[in-house]
Design a protein around this ligand. Structure first.
Ligand code: ZN
Length: 369
């Protein structure tokens, strides 16, 4: 089979309404455009792979569109839009400060700022990973940022807002991008799978979204990877095998065993997991996360904090109905103790086994009180 490349590039959003998971930001930017209230400098903050550069590019394209639609979407037909869509627009300048962070790099950019745009109204300068600029480069840039020409708009992007100097922060309109929610990621992957003729179980996409941990770009590259491995039919079993992820099922089964107080069952299941080559520390961390999920599933007020797809949510709700809150608090405490001891204990496996035994004893000890 040919290498299958969907990837971030092919499905990069080209208008605000196709950006995933950043609704408040895209609508604020859209409103600013409609009301002609553009700032000259923006700071886009947030984790990697959540659409900061994508939004910056859409913004640049939109404000230069010669035939802006009433909903503040670019027309995609005018000269400027066409130039943007084929990547040859002269209205957009991108500098990756991670690899170009010297004074000379910034001077090169600052020199360009004075030049008026040929087509469209604005020249947009996107500086990615702006926190990586050297102090002297920052200083060279500050002057331009203080007194930019009317046609210049700066969009600075960073994953580390705390590293940005206050003098820069005070001159920018700041937008905080969210990490991607699992449900949003799953929905977007479903859309791409459908476009690419890939059938995918929802649980399989859930695992990809969990693994990507809030970054859409990572989710798309993991999606490519598993399609290359599993072919055009993504099953839950295939994906967890390919990504070496421990099946949710194990956490549900272990928790049932703890709740019943079945020490032998828990130790044997732990052995089975170890024989599959999983890391004991990951299992302990996974159990902590699992108990937390069961706990939030118990209360209708917190169930929204459960970041899993619909079918796995059902499983959590079921387990939450069986496990008492007190049981879950104790279980979380035991996991916390284990994580502290694990680092210093020589006998890692024994450390985890003692933890499993303690978890199985929670209900028994409660009866005695
Ligand atoms: Zn246009």
């Amino acid at each position: 089979m040919d290498n299958f490349i969907v990837s971030a590039r092919k499905y990069r959003p080209a208008s605000f309404d196709t950006v995933v998971g950043q609704l408040s930001i895209t609508s604020t930017l859209r409103n600013a455009i409609v009301n002609h209230q553009l700032a000259q400098a923006y700071l886009f903050c947030g984790p990697r792979g959540v659409g900061k550069t994508t939004c910056a590019r859409i913004f640049a394209k939109t404000i230069n569109c010669q035939n802006l639609q009433p909903n503040a979407e670019p027309c995609n037909e005018c000269e400027s839009c066409k130039a943007f869509n084929t990547g040859r627009s002269l209205n957009i300048h991108e500098l990756d400060a991670a690899s170009n962070n010297s004074v000379d790099d910034i001077r090169g950019l600052v020199d360009q700022v004075r030049i008026l745009p040929q087509v469209g109204k604005y020249s947009v300068y996107i500086i990615d990973e702006v926190h990586m600029l050297s102090t002297s480069a920052f200083n060279a840039f500050l002057k331009t940022l203080e007194e930019p020409p009317a046609h210049a708009i700066f969009i600075l992007a960073t994953t580390e807002k705390h590293k940005i100097l206050p003098t820069i922060l005070s001159r920018c309109q700041i937008y905080d991008f969210n990490r991607m929610k699992v449900e949003d990621t799953v929905r977007h992957l479903q859309y791409i799978a459908q476009k690419e003729g890939v059938t995918a179980e929802e649980e399989a996409l859930d695992i990809i979204a969990q693994k990507a941990d809030g970054a859409m770009r990572d989710a798309l590259s993991i999606f490519d990877q598993v399609v290359n491995f599993c072919g055009k039919n993504l099953t839950y079993a295939g994906v967890i095998e390919n990504l070496n992820v421990l099946d949710y099922e194990y956490y549900f089964r272990l928790t049932d065993l703890f709740h019943k107080g079945d020490v032998s069952g828990a130790l044997l299941l732990f052995n089975e997991i170890m024989e599959k080559g999983f890391d004991a520390a990951n299992l302990v961390a996974g159990l902590g996360k699992h108990f937390r999920n069961v706990l939030v599933a118990k209360d209708p007020a917190t169930v929204q904090l459960l970041e899993v797809s619909a079918r796995i949510r059902e499983r959590y709700l079921k387990q939450a109905a069986v496990c008492e809150t007190g049981f879950l608090y104790d279980a979380l405490k035991i996991i916390e103790q284990c994580e502290m001891q694990y680092k210093v204990r020589m006998e890692k496996r024994l450390c985890v086994e003692i933890t499993l035994i303690k978890l199985c004893q929670i209900n028994e000890l409660k009866k005695k009180i």
